[in-house]
Ligand binder design. Structure first.
Ligand code: ADP
Ligand code: MG
Length: 267
């Protein structure tokens, strides 16, 4: 994507890279996101914390276009993610538009979601070859470079089942980065891992986010990581941002009773 529209700092610095304006998501009677406003600046690292069921994953899934929204507007770099509204359904202006918007995003899931029947290498090269039309050689060279960066250069020919959870998740991160997204979404990337494997994954996230100057939106229960990594922490409750601030403010001086209660329970 960035090869077609080179970043122009003068224009983009003024507006957020990602903007949720009054976004509502309902499943039947159940309102999961309630009039949500959320701006993320280019290069900003935002973590989302909050109780189970508060809508954290839904924010990421909607941005990734895995779900539609019921109301409101989401823009990436000033461009609406979805265009037309027909009855209660939002539609992309075209498949090409949706592909372009999706191309700016990469997502890493709690459960890795690797293709079990493909080698590590092929897990990385498949989408860039199919979607971006990279040659085998280009895709392989990109994969080799990224596997090196996540410390798995020697594991390219293994299958996911032969790797530890931490290694699988590092493959998941490398796979998302193969598409060269500007924005990375992480949904509890370490929640499925044994405690001793959490550190290696968080280290990789932090290093790569810095190196690639990524904009990051991450749901996590790793409070000490959130504190070190984020520019901003958003505490979600009942489909809204109940409180947000710098990690320092949220973790040492939360204003809202509900935030204090949550942090007391998890810290
Ligand atoms: P969190 O990630 O904060 O735990 P989620 O965003 O996954 O919360 O879910 C928020 C709420 O939306 C939950 O109450 C969940 O049960 C509900 N929900 C999520 N997906 C669906 C769905 N496909 N159908 C109905 N309800 C859903
Ligand atoms: Mg969730």
């Amino acid at each position: 994507m960035s090869s077609q529209t080179p970043a122009s700092p003068d224009q983009t610095s003024a507006r957020p890279l990602v903007r949720f304006s009054k976004v509502t998501k309902r499943y039947g009677e159940h309102t999961v996101l309630d009039d949500l406003d959320l701006d993320v600046a280019a290069g900003e690292k935002v973590t989302i914390i909050g109780p189970s069921g508060s809508g954290k994953s839904t924010v990421l899934r909607i941005l990734m276009t895995l779900e539609t929204l019921s109301d409101g507007l989401i823009e990436i770099d000033g461009e609406p993610l979805w265009h037309e509204r027909r009855t209660d359904q939002l539609r992309p202006a075209s498949e090409a538009h949706l592909r372009k918007m999706r191309g700016q995003l990469g997502m890493v899931f709690q459960q890795f979601n690797l293709f079990p029947h493909m080698s590590v290498q092929r897990n990385l090269t498949e989408a860039p070859r199919q979607v971006l039309g990279l040659s085998r050689k280009e895709a392989q060279s990109r994969a080799t470079e990224l596997l090196e960066r996540v410390g798995l250069a020697d594991h390219a020919n293994k299958y996911p089942g032969q790797l530890s959870g931490g290694q699988q998740q590092r493959v998941g991160i490398a796979r998302a980065l193969m598409m060269r997204p500007r924005i990375m979404l992480f949904d509890e990337p370490t929640s499925a891992l044994d405690p001793e494997l959490v550190g290696e994954v968080l280290h990789v996230i932090r290093t790569l986010a810095d190196e690639h100057d990524l904009t990051v939106l991450m749901v996590t229960h790793e409070m000490s990581f959130a504190r070190r990594f984020s520019d901003r922490v958003c505490f979600f409750d009942k489909g809204r941002i109940h409180e947000q601030g710098t990690p320092e403010q949220i973790f040492t001086d939360p204003r809202e009773a509900r935030t204090r209660e949550f942090l007391r329970a998890v810290l």
